[in-house]
Design a protein around this ligand. Structure first.
Ligand code: GAF
Length: 378
């Protein structure tokens, strides 16, 4: 594509991935989550191109691009284009100031690894165009329109956590987000002498999208059963363990397990936030292990590769806790590892994982980082 040769950007935007310390699948149940942005990110380079409606986008990683006309935005057969087209569709509902632009996208975020490359792609485009054309859209609306884009153009009925974390995070903090009210608290985090190590299973089972929407529906079925006795339960966020026991006979085992996971996971998020504020790292680790057990046995969104890693880590005193991060069925597993044992632990788990699955895992440290930001402006 011609436009990428001698490309001089007017604006460069950095759009980070995220980790979620705890609170998986609670966001679309309007509960609590505890994510933060990480340093791995997608870089967007923008320039206006003097056309009124013609746009060019190019992904350096995939070496592929596409053209579009702002007057005729519609869904594409090519999956990754829909993350961007969906955002443009939402922006066009809000403004008539958008004009032709060129954009080069370069990602350092592994796709399908539970680090939310999707939200980074959506929010980075929305944030950059907002700045480039001075659209006057708030960061909160960027979060919300990006989530809507994923619902309508991509087809995943995701919650709001990933987009929120990608845009709103602050360096050195985790975000305690109430997904019902969108109230959030930035909690300073320091876990020395431990480090957050991500081990990428390098598998992303393609169940992820279909099973995600199925889990959401199962939770809605659970809410309808609660409402027979407790009309005040509008989402699983409003349910308690005692309500669950009182409604259990009306539920299939599957719906019961889904509800049990979400209700307990919400409690674990609040307990984790408190543990971090009190620097109780042992408890933090224990809650991560409990969360993974729920992810695997009750919510059934884990996979043999993630379960193997979590189980393996339990042999090591230097690991406080571990759990699969994100929507599920593979991706990255977060480990809290003592700084003195990081290298040794990575060597051991890499050997064991290779011998069990014949896959060379990826390991990297993550640090709570800042949300979407501008790294260059003309
Ligand atoms: C995916 C979704 F996009 C999030 O909204 C969230 O539900 C997560 O899975 C599971 O916690 O990343």
């Amino acid at each position: 594509m011609l436009f990428i040769e001698n490309f001089t950007p007017e604006l460069i935007v950095e759009s980070p991935g995220r980790i979620n310390l705890i609170g998986e699948h609670t966001d679309y149940n309007l509960g609590y989550v505890l994510p933060t942005a990480i340093e791995k990110r997608i870089t967007f380079k923008f320039r206006k191109n003097n056309s009124s409606t013609q746009c060019n986008l190019y992904s350096l990683g995939y070496n592929v691009g596409f053209k579009l006309d702002l007057n005729t935005i519609s869904r594409s057969e090519v999956e990754w284009e829909n993350y961007l087209l969906g955002v443009l569709n939402e922006l066009l509902k809000r403004t008539d100031k958008l004009r032709g632009f060129d954009c080069i996208i370069e990602s350092k975020l592994p796709i399908g690894s539970g680090l939310s490359s999707s939200a980074a792609l959506e929010c980075g485009l929305a944030f950059g165009l907002n700045k480039l054309f001075d659209l006057g859209i708030s960061n909160m609306d960027i979060v919300q329109l990006s989530q809507t884009a994923e619902h309508t153009y991509v087809g995943t009925q995701c919650g709001i956590m990933d987009q929120f974390a990608s845009v709103m995070s602050q360096k050195g903090h985790v975000l305690l987000l109430d997904c019902k009210t969108l109230k959030h608290t930035q909690i300073p985090i320091s876990i020395a002498p431990y480090k957050m190590i991500m081990l990428n299973t390098k598998v992303s089972h393609n169940l992820a999208s279909s099973e995600y929407n199925t889990r959401k529906k199962e939770c809605e079925d659970g809410v309808r059963i609660f409402q027979k006795k407790y009309p005040e339960v509008m989402s699983l966020r409003d349910a308690t363990l005692s309500m669950l026991e009182a409604s259990a006979t009306e539920m299939s085992k599957t719906i019961y397990n889904r509800c049990l996971f979400i209700i307990s996971e919400n409690e674990r998020v609040l307990a984790t936030a408190k543990a971090l504020q009190e620097n109780n790292l042992e408890l933090f680790g224990k809650l991560l292990y409990e969360a993974h057990q729920g992810i695997s046995e009750l919510y059934e969104v884990s996979c043999p590769e993630s379960d193997f890693m979590v189980d393996f880590s339990k042999q090591y005193d230097s690991v406080l806790g571990a759990r699969q991060v994100g929507g599920g069925f593979g991706g990255c597993v977060l480990h809290i590892v003592h700084e003195d044992d990081v290298d040794h632990y990575i060597t051991e788990v890499t050997k064991a994982y290779k011998s069990r699955f014949n896959i060379a895992l990826d390991a990297f440290e993550v640090r709570p980082s800042s949300g979407t930001y501008i790294s260059f402006e003309e």
